[in-house]
Design a binder for this molecule. Structure first.
Ligand code: NDP
Length: 327
């Protein structure tokens, strides 16, 4: 038996609880991992609370991220004792995930734990941080450099936002953070933001084109915020869109794209090819200040993950949450 968060949905309703789970119930896979840590991402919040339809099969163990040690493996790339990391691939949505002491997985989904990080640090980064790096890589790929001007990061005090601010500042960009929490202004400046703007200035319907300000953007909010960011992006600037914390809609016009040559780059971490993941993790090893990662992160145990999921969706959690699944 092992402990894990177990989500059930039946006539009695939708519920998540820490349960004792029989190892015989683990899903099929060629690598069994003794999990040490997982995390809470926005999607885990949706899965645990049932507020969004991210769980596709019941019962489900949530947790889109995990780090741990291989216990048994019939996959050619892994043997018992290897330290591994997993982000995404539908784990915690359609296949049992990381918020448990054990997981059985397809070895193709795993990557070796990067040497730059302890297991806790890898989970402090997690899907949120690796997605932030995918956004940075997309800005670079489309030619955005620090000389071109400011980069705006929305939802900045959340997980993706905090890592994006930290990495971009270290790379020499002038980062403007957008947050609904004025109390986190000092936190965001400590991470490297030069200015913090109130998200209210972005969340209402705006004009098709506004004053050109941003050379680039990392948007985790969607909806009017993404539309307003596109409308205020400079000629040939680049907006990376990865989230929907403010809504899944995109009430925009094509004006920024056809009149200013703005590029809207979509970012997906879940099915991102392995080669790109390896680049993102390698760049995190180089471009993320681990001292700042400590400021971004706090650690909780498995049982606390359930109430924390609600707080995360309510926008009350700062930065990243690491879950020690053995506490
Ligand atoms: P967090 O909950 O940690 O951060 C989201 C932040 O968005 C909040 O902290 C808050 O920041 C802001 N926010 C919350 N609600 C609203 C709202 N109604 N309107 C405007 N801003 C709001 O989540 P993550 O950082 O883990 O994820 C952020 C988003 O990115 C989510 O939508 C998630 O699903 C998505 N995501 C997508 C991935 C992909 O592969 N495309 C991968 C990872 C995440 P503040 O208080 O500073 O305003």
């Amino acid at each position: 038996m092992f402990k894990g968060i177990f989500i059930e949905k039946d006539e009695a309703g939708y519920r998540a609880a820490v349960s004792d789970i029989d190892e015989a119930q683990l899903p099929a896979g060629d690598v069994t991992v003794r999990v040490s840590h997982s995390t809470l991402n926005y999607k885990d919040g949706l899965a645990i609370t049932g507020r969004g339809p991210v769980v596709r099969k019941f019962p489900m163990v949530p947790g889109i991220d995990l780090v741990g040690t291989v216990e048994t493996s019939s996959h050619a790339d892994y043997k018992a004792g290897d330290r591994v990391l997993l982000n995404g691939w539908g784990v915690g949505e359609g296949h049992w995930g990381g918020l448990a002491q054990k997981a059985r997985l397809n070895g193709d989904w795993l990557v070796p734990l990067p040497e730059a990080f302890t297991p806790q640090q890898a989970m402090a980064i997690g899907t949120a941080g690796y997605t932030a790096m995918l956004c940075v890589l997309a800005l670079e790929k489309h030619g955005v450099t620090p000389e071109q001007g400011e980069i705006v990061v929305t939802g900045a005090a959340g997980g993706v936002g905090s890592v994006a601010v930290t990495v971009l500042a270290k790379l020499g960009y002038r980062v403007v953070a957008v947050s609904g929490r004025p109390a986190e202004a000092d936190y965001l400046k400590n991470l490297g933001a030069v200015e913090v703007l109130d998200r209210a200035a972005f969340s209402a319907p705006g004009k098709p084109l506004a004053r050109e300000r941003w050379a680039g953007a990392v948007d985790v909010v969607g909806s009017h915020t993404l539309a307003n960011v596109c409308a205020s992006t400079q000629y040939r600037g680049v907006v990376t869109a990865c989230g929907l914390a403010g809504g899944m809609d995109f009430p925009a016009t094509v004006a920024p794209f056809i009149l200013r040559g703005v590029t809207l780059a979509g970012i997906d971490s879940v099915m991102c090819p392995r080669a790109d993941r390896l680049v993102a993790w390698q760049r995190l090893g180089r471009d993320l200040d681990l001292g700042k990662l400590g400021l971004i992160t706090h650690e909780i145990g498995l049982a606390e993950a359930i109430p924390t999921a609600t707080r995360l969706l309510d926008g009350e959690v700062r930065g990243r949450v690491v879950v020690d699944v053995n506490v």
